[in-house]
Design a protein around this ligand. Structure first.
Ligand code: 5AD
Ligand code: SF4
Length: 470
């Protein structure tokens, strides 16, 4: 999605300003041998990785590198990797395989992110042509690591996880012209039995509220209107400064910054989700009508085995808090099927919970065994075809729920942040505050970046269509 947007370079120092890359700037792709070093950066995985890549790109641009659009044009090739499920990890190794046997033409090849942290130095033995391996908890050391490579060192790695620090950069290269990601907490201290994140991203570290608010002020000054606060467990935020803002207080402070029209946050952990967050949303229209609250399973037995730290009933209590709000707040979720030992009855429990909650959207996955996780050696693995069957049944149920939910919006008017103009005449698309994709017709001009009212005329399972209300 990001590749169709203009790219912006944001410089986060007191006296410098955000510098957008001019649209008309001719693309230049210096060859590996040209004097200005260039880099290609491909990102796999979640929004945290997307945003880490923006920061990594910022660090490199700050060191005089130029970003290019293909590995062939780059002197440094970087993959910011994901290892949340096995497929994601395999994809990275197949990418790396393309540079086997010296086919890299002497380029520097680096592996960043979760797979780098998980595999560590083993990446050098599996792909000896790689020269940089760096996990996200060590990104603050990237400039030094790069300097060592520039000085001729053959291999460098940053695999430290036990850090108290967050990755703050002076320069961030933003991939979206109106929406900006802002990390407020890194790492994860939960111990979900299936999940590699606590292992790959290290301990939970929150940024000070001052630093976060300063960044949002600068973004607002640079005409960003939508802020997405990020963290693996964003609502576990704990302000390390004397101000000690709670997460909901931070939401309110971000929302009151002049120029900011929408504030989103993801991902929330049910255990740390309280009524104060709902009250904040309820009192402040800038806080979007959407909460992403991963449930993972609807069965108490499976939730316990997953070490999710809540029961089905406790989760449903959090849903009740959200449903009690004055305005409708959409709820989306993540669900895993086929966790070791999941019976048909457990799976039915997940389907019934979906029916009860009526999620506006759900990301669903087959359980994938991951290295270093407690679930890796759990008894009673579920066969792949059974996992596939459950996933298909769950997705079909969710499709029906979403269709009903989207159809119920026909006739209402929603506010849309317009993100693109389609090739078809008078066709535009964007997102509503509840994060639904909506395409609509309008004879107006230059709508991209604006907030416009759209009357919904049709609701499909995955998106809405409508007409601009002029
Ligand atoms: N297998 C399948 N899905 C997983 N997730 C995390 N770890 C695994 C795994 N080992 C899913 C969870 C999480 C989302 C980001 O990815 O649903 O919320
Ligand atoms: Fe993984 Fe659980 Fe932490 Fe989410 S809360 S990142 S699923 S360990």
């Amino acid at each position: 999605m990001a590749d169709s947007f203009d790219v912006r370079l944001e410089v986060l120092t007191a006296d410098t300003q955000l510098v957008p890359r001019a649209k008309e700037e001719p693309p230049e792709f210096p060859s590996a041998g040209s004097s200005q070093p260039s880099f290609f950066l491909e990102t796999f995985g979640c929004q945290m990785n997307d945003h880490d890549s923006e920061k990594v790109a910022g660090v490199l641009v700050g060191r005089g590198y130029r970003q290019v659009d293909s590995p062939a044009a780059a002197s440094v090739i970087l993959y910011n990797t994901c290892s949340i499920r096995e497929k994601a990890a395999q994809k990275v190794f197949s990418r790396l395989g393309e540079f086997k046997d010296g086919q890299d033409g002497g380029k520097i090849i680096g592996v960043l992110g979760c797979l780098a942290q998980q595999e560590g130095q083993r990446i050098f033995s599996r792909a000896p042509w790689v020269s940089l391996v760096c996990g996200s908890a060590s990104y603050r050391n990237l400039p030094e690591l790069l300097a060592e490579l520039e000085a001729g060192k053959r291999r460098v790695s940053g695999l430290d996880k036990d850090t108290e620090e967050t990755f703050e950069t002076e320069v961030t290269r933003r991939d979206h012209p109106f929406r900006a990601y802002v990390t407020i907490i890194e790492g994860c201290d939960k111990t979900c039995a299936y999940c590699v994140v606590p292992y790959t991203r290290g301990r939970e570290r929150s940024r000070t509220s001052d630093s976060i608010l300063r960044e949002v002020h600068k973004l607002a000054d640079a005409d960003y209107t939508e802020i997405q606060l990020l963290g693996q467990t964003v609502n576990s935020y704990r302000d390390p400064s004397d101000r000690k803002l709670s997460f909901s207080e931070l939401l309110l402070r971000v929302a009151e910054i002049r120029g900011i029209r929408r504030v989103r946050f993801t991902t929330s952990h049910p255990r740390d989700f309280g009524a104060d967050i709902v009250q904040a949303i309820d009192s402040t229209p800038v806080l979007c009508d959407h909460v992403h609250l991963p449930v993972q399973s609807g069965s108490d037995r499976v939730l316990r085995a997953m070490q999710r730290t809540y029961t089905r009933e406790e989760y449903l209590d959090k849903i009740a808090l959200i449903r009690a709000a004055q305005r409708h707040i959409d709820i989306t979720t993540d669900i895993i099927v086929g966790f070791p030992g999941e019976t048909d009855a457990d799976f039915e429990g997940t389907l019934s919970l979906m029916e009860q909650v009526q999620y506006a959207g759900a990301f669903s996955f087959k359980y994938s065994p991951r290295p270093n996780t407690p679930a890796l050696h759990m008894a009673d693995p579920i066969p792949e075809d059974e996992k596939g069957r459950r996933l298909a049944a769950l997705q079909e149920k969710q499709r029906q729920i979403q269709s009903r939910c989207n159809e119920s919006l026909v006739g209402t008017t929603v506010e849309v942040l317009v993100e693109r103009q389609s090739r078809q005449e008078n066709q535009w698309s964007g997102h509503s505050t509840s994060n639904r994709v909506i395409s609509f017709t309008s004879s107006a001009e230059a709508l991209v970046g604006k907030y416009v009212p759209v009357s919904v005329t049709h609701g499909g399972p995955n998106s809405l269509t409508g007409e601009h209300v002029i």
